[in-house]
Design a protein around this ligand. Structure first.
Ligand SMILES: *[C@@H]1O[C@H](CO)[C@@H](O)[C@H](O)[C@H]1NC(C)=O
Ligand SMILES: *[C@@H]1O[C@H](CO)[C@@H](O)[C@H](O)[C@H]1NC(C)=O
Ligand SMILES: *[C@@H]1O[C@H](CO)[C@@H](O)[C@H](O)[C@H]1NC(C)=O
Ligand SMILES: *[C@@H]1O[C@H](CO)[C@@H](O)[C@H](O)[C@H]1NC(C)=O
Ligand SMILES: *[C@@H]1O[C@H](CO)[C@@H](O)[C@H](O)[C@H]1NC(C)=O
Length: 542
């Protein structure tokens, strides 16, 4: 067990740049679970927006923070903490689950972080997410448009309190469900700039990972994708085409034949892990969960529970396992003190809040993208090609609807001599959009973390973004050849990772479940139950 370093409390700085800019910030030098000082600059804090106190983690670029771009990042759900981005997706920390035996979960440095070249402002949005809270009862209620507005205000206030970052190139990054509100945030910035709101935000582009953009396209693409990848037979797919008139969701009994086919489809994929169809579905995998609980949960959710309840499954690696670490970490009082969290403002910290008071008031942001495609922005859209929550076929479909010109047609992109996915580049009067699929790896779910593959892609894209920032571009050039066609890897020497050495996810392919299951964990966590972390079961999107 590691000694908490949180006792080293640092003074809180109160920054009040203007009457309406309330930012409360803290520089965090050490974190419980992490040995020694953090090897990057971490600032945490709250920004007041309307009734909300929005919590953030800001990590400064580890290269040249004075010139590197800055990115606002928030996770999906809606309701998933930005901490997901920080430890499971694009940030410089990861849990080290090797030999974990309870106590504050150990953190390790993760070298393939996007913060290597970019300052990232991770925000817990919308309100109710992570450590963000509302000061009033009414303030908990929010929606796509409202939360996008608050996130925009959050960003403005944070930048006004940190004016040294205002001149940097600004990107907005979001994934999964936040494709909706993230796109609206981008639009808010563009409109604010056009309306002459000061200070002007130096928006250069946006990055969306497996984004939800259009409900109809996304939902329909699930059947199309399932057929293409072989989960659904030709006969069933043809029947659906024949009876459903191209609409495969929200089908009611008023269309009896279509309804029957879709019911068959739903049954066929029910026990597939939607975030990555190649991964085991681990409904039961919260390590604290007793056998009785898991049996009950299975009975409730699955009539075919025999598929999932074979004794072999506990030997498999499950993401839920690594996810459980964040509950123990985030709810540790020493951790909260170290992060400068206002104690007692939320109940338990949860990785993803499933009881958000949230109205999904925008079902499609396709029109926003049509408008944005006339604004000279630089865009990266990536999608795991085995993702059944946001299928890549749907992502490609809405991109086509933007009617852009292909400047670099469909081709593989390569990491360490292996095809990592496929990419295509479009352009239209200064607007540039790169789409990249990620081969059999969903950014949110697959070990090793997606960053390994995503990082070079991101590099390439930023390099092409940065015509205005010559030093950034040339610095990237120094690190490796950069051309439009990304077959030039390895870009960076440190990308040569070794399988089991650095990645907890890979390490965990050894039956981690055996080592960490109940016995060791129950005692140290006194049987406190956190929710089973399975968005597929709960129908949430993540
Ligand atoms: C992870 O934890 C194991 C066991 O405590 C330790 O041996 C290893 O050095 C840690 N790895 C890192 C990168 O901190
Ligand atoms: C099929 O869908 C099209 C377009 O969505 C619609 O115009 C048409 O009326 C539908 N046909 C039937 C039989 O429902
Ligand atoms: C989840 O969100 C709801 C509504 O926004 C809030 O009342 C609740 O406290 C949040 N739960 C957690 C665990 O933060
Ligand atoms: C797109 O632009 C048009 C023309 O400026 C405007 O009328 C429309 O409201 C915009 N759509 C969105 C979703 O912002
Ligand atoms: C798509 O772009 C082409 C070429 O710029 C143009 O001729 C065509 O009208 C556009 N289609 C739509 C639906 O906007």
């Amino acid at each position: 067990m590691k000694t908490p370093h949180s006792l080293l409390l640092l003074p809180l700085l109160l920054l009040a740049v203007a009457a309406n800019v309330a930012v409360c910030a803290k520089i965090v030098k050490t974190l419980p679970g992490f040995e020694g000082e953090l090897p990057f600059k971490l600032e945490t804090g709250y920004v007041s927006v309307e009734d909300s106190e929005l919590f953030y983690y800001f990590i400064e670029s580890q290269s040249n923070p004075k010139e590197d771009p800055i990115m606002l990042w928030y996770s999906g759900g809606p309701g998933c903490s930005a901490f997901n981005g920080l430890v499971y997706e694009i940030g410089p920390l990861a849990f080290n689950i090797t030999d974990y035996e309870g106590g504050v979960p150990p953190l390790q440095y993760y070298p393939y972080s996007w913060t290597e070249s970019t300052s990232i402002l991770f925000v817990d949005a919308p309100v109710g997410t992570g450590f963000s809270y509302s000061k009033t009862q009414a303030g908990w209620y929010t929606s796509d448009t409202e939360s996008a507005w608050q996130t925009y205000q959050f960003l403005r206030k944070w930048l006004m309190a940190h004016p040294q970052y205002l001149k940097l190139q600004l990107f907005i990054g979001a994934d999964s469900y936040s494709g909706i509100s993230g796109s609206i945030v981008v639009n808010n910035i563009v409109q604010g700039n056009e309306a002459g709101v000061v200070p002007r935000l130096n928006l250069k582009g946006y990055i969306l990972g497996c984004p939800r953009i259009d409900a109809t396209i996304n939902e329909n693409s699930k059947l199309i994708f399932s057929h293409r990848i072989g989960l659904v037979s030709d006969d069933i797919y043809e029947a659906a085409q024949k009876y459903c008139n191209g609409s495969y969701y929200e089908v009611t009994t008023s269309e009896p034949k279509c309804y029957e086919v879709i019911k068959v489809f739903d049954r066929l994929i029910k026990d597939i892990n939607k975030n990555d169809i190649l991964e085991p579905k681990c409904t039961w995998a919260s390590p604290q969960q007793g056998e009785d609980m898991s049996r009950r949960a299975l009975e409730e959710t699955s009539s075919d529970s025999f598929i999932l309840s074979t004794p072999k499954i506990p030997d498999m690696w499950c993401h839920n396992f690594n996810y459980a670490m964040s509950y123990w970490w985030g709810n540790d009082q020493g951790v909260q003190e170290a992060l400068g969290v206002r104690l007692g403002m939320i109940g338990d910290w949860v990785r993803c809040n499933k009881s958000l008071q949230y109205t999904m008031d925008v079902s499609s942001v396709l029109d926003y993208h049509k408008n944005l495609s006339r604004k000279g922005l630089q865009v990266l859209i990536y999608n795991g090609d085995h993702d059944l929550t946001i299928p890549c076929t749907g992502t490609q479909e809405w991109i086509k609807l933007l009617n852009l010109t292909i400047v670099n047609d469909w081709r593989p992109w390569i990491v360490d001599g292996q095809i990592a996915g496929y990419t295509i580049k479009y352009s239209e009067s200064g607007y540039r959009l790169t789409y990249a699929s990620v081969l059999a790896r969903n950014p949110q779910t697959t070990p090793p973390r997606f960053d390994k593959l995503c990082f070079p892609l991101y590099y390439i894209n930023l390099a092409s973004f940065s015509s205005g920032s010559r030093s950034f571009a040339s610095r990237v050039q120094e690190k490796g050849e950069l051309r439009d066609v990304p077959e030039v890897h390895p870009l960076l020497s440190h990308l040569n990772w070794k399988r089991a050495d650095n990645f907890p996810g890979i390490e965990a392919e050894v039956p981690v479940e055996k080592r960490h299951h109940r016995s060791s964990l129950d005692s140290s966590h006194s049987g406190k139950l956190y929710p089973v972390d399975d968005f597929v079961a709960s129908g949430l999107m993540y």
